[in-house]
Design a protein around this ligand. Structure first.
Ligand SMILES: Cc1cc2nc3c(=O)[nH]c(=O)nc-3n(C[C@H](O)[C@H](O)[C@H](O)COP(=O)(O)OP(=O)(O)OC[C@H]3O[C@@H](n4cnc5c(N)ncnc54)[C@H](O)[C@@H]3O)c2cc1C
Length: 462
């Protein structure tokens, strides 16, 4: 493993800025250097032995500024960590150096229609505070209990709520972001409205995000519902009709193919074996008509509980989005996943995939308003998802990806650690331009913005 030779010289100076218990070295940096990259057998092999040389636990902007300045002076690469719940090794440092943990920079300044917060605030903390004032997050990942708002903006895309408000980058969801530059004298730069998008989803390669403003939605009284059915396509027709009905206010519309629900151990007491399932969060004003329409279509309600005020477990969100993959891997370590947009002809595409791959692919569908990852129109329901794949070899995985693309199913490949490899970035040139302005020595998470021409560590043995 490559160890940055400049750390030794920088350490005494770092210890002048931070107390000893917030400067972590040796093997203990491991826990600050990892995310959920191991979901991917491909990334597991590539990233297993990578870790930072030093982890720095920073609690204020002032400390952050001093630490960043020192790292810059010593040419030490820097990766930022929020809640550490990212996938794809987004925060795994490829060339050692420093990880700065910002989870304690978590002040929420206000939640009045817009949340204005420091980046380390968890989405759970924001959701709870916002709900007290009649607001809620417009979208949040299924990891909302542990993820930070900074990590979500720098590594995530959408999730719970995306059926109502779209993803992070949809419309006016993001009001502003403030980043710190990686320089000897770090500066703060605030980007407003859609100009801020160039600083998002770049794994911390083009600025250290310090504050964000995100617009909130009106808080609803959410009810969590689960329905089961025997006929996959009939259930899909019904689930999509709920997703696409503007009169039904919903926060989550998820459909699972049997045997996926069987992987959800704590839900076994509710969900009978051998059934396909739909998980919904709908506003209380819609409960009766949703249940009536499910029953009329022949589906059985097997679970019903309010989300709670304040939210209280059990949360059905714990089984949706990329939590599904976690339950599947726990039950069967041979499982991995893809992230797909199934297109307007989703039924036909799902049929083709099933015919070609059988149970090598298991369908987990997430319905959203448009699909920011796949640039689909944001005015109607869109069928995407995180299908499970029974992994055999990387070649086979790539064959499946190639086939998906050949029939018009978009894939955001979760088996690569680069920004470009993992999704569609029409503004990649702007992202690179921003990096050139705020990271003159290319020290921020080097190697992750693959098309950036300058990586001073590229020759180092990784
Ligand atoms: C079980 C599971 C379920 C998930 N479900 C979803 C989902 O529903 N939707 C979704 O979008 N994602 C999902 N994810 C991915 C992940 O949880 C989200 O992206 C989450 O928002 C990341 O937040 P975090 O605070 O943990 O970020 P981290 O993992 O700490 O960081 C993510 C990336 O952002 C960078 N970063 C973090 N903070 C900053 C900062 N202040 N400045 C600059 N760069 C920064 C990191 O370097 C890293 O590259 C899931 C992951 C798992 C493991």
């Amino acid at each position: 493993m490559y160890i940055n030779p400049n750390i030794e010289a920088a350490l005494p100076q770092l210890l002048e800025v931070l107390p000893e218990d917030r400067v972590v070295t040796g093997d203990k940096t491991d826990r600050f250097s990892k995310d959920f990259y191991w979901y991917s057998p491909v990334l597991k092999e590539l990233l297993e032995d990578k870790r930072a040389d030093v982890a720095l636990l920073v609690t204020s902007k002032e400390e952050l500024k001093s630490v960043v300045s020192l790292l810059y002076t010593h040419d030490i690469p820097l990766t930022i960590r929020g809640g550490g719940s990212g996938n794809y090794g987004q925060l795994v440092p490829l060339y050692g150096g420093a990880v700065i943990d910002l989870s304690k920079m978590d002040t929420i300044f206000s939640v009045d229609g817009v949340v204005h917060a420091e980046v380390g605030a968890t989405l759970r903390k924001i959701e709870v505070e916002a709900r007290k004032q009649g607001w809620e997050l417009r979208c949040m990942p299924s990891t909302w209990v542990v993820s930070t708002i900074g990590g979500f903006l720098c590594g995530g895309s959408g999730g719970i709520g995306s059926i109502l408000h779209g993803g992070i980058v949809t419309g006016d969801n993001v009001k502003s972001v403030t980043i710190m530059t990686m320089e000897a004298e770090p500066k703060f730069i605030k980007f407003e409205e859609r100009d801020s998008l160039k600083a998002l989803h770049t794994y911390g390669t083009n600025g250290i995000m310090v504050e964000v403003e995100m617009r909130l939605g009106k808080a609803y009284a959410w009810e969590q519902l689960i329905f089961t059915g025997d006929d996959w396509e009939a259930l899909l027709d019904w689930t999509f009709s709920i997703a696409d009905d503007k009169a039904i206010i919903k926060r989550l519309v998820t459909q699972f193919e049997d045997p996926i629900p069987g992987y959800f151990k704590p839900m076994k007491k509710y969900i009978p074996e051998g059934k396909h399932c739909t998980f919904l969060m709908v506003d209380q004003s819609n409960i009766e008509n949703v249940i009536a329409s499910a029953e009329a279509a022949g589906f059985e309600k097997v679970f019903q509980k309010p989300f709670g005020e304040p939210p209280k477990p059990p949360y059905i969100t714990d089984y949706t989005w990329n939590h599904t993959t976690l339950w599947a891997i726990k039950a069967d370590p041979a499982m991995t996943y893809l992230q797909c947009g199934f297109g307007v002809n989703f039924k036909e595409n799902l049929r083709k995939l099933k015919a070609k791959f059988g149970d090598e692919i298991l369908f987990h569908l997430e319905m959203t308003l448009g699909n920011a990852k796949f640039k689909t129109d944001a005015t109607g329901a869109s069928v995407g998802g995180i299908p499970l794949v029974r992994y055999t070899t990387e070649e086979r995985l790539n064959e499946i990806i190639d086939y998906c693309e050949s029939i018009g199913v978009g894939v955001a490949n979760p088996h690569t650690y680069t920004v470009e490899g993992g999704g569609v970035h029409e503004d990649i040139a702007e992202k690179r331009q921003l990096k050139s302005e705020v990271d003159p020595k290319s020290l921020l998470n080097p190697g992750k913005l693959a098309t950036y021409p300058d990586n001073p560590f590229a020759e180092k043995s990784a």
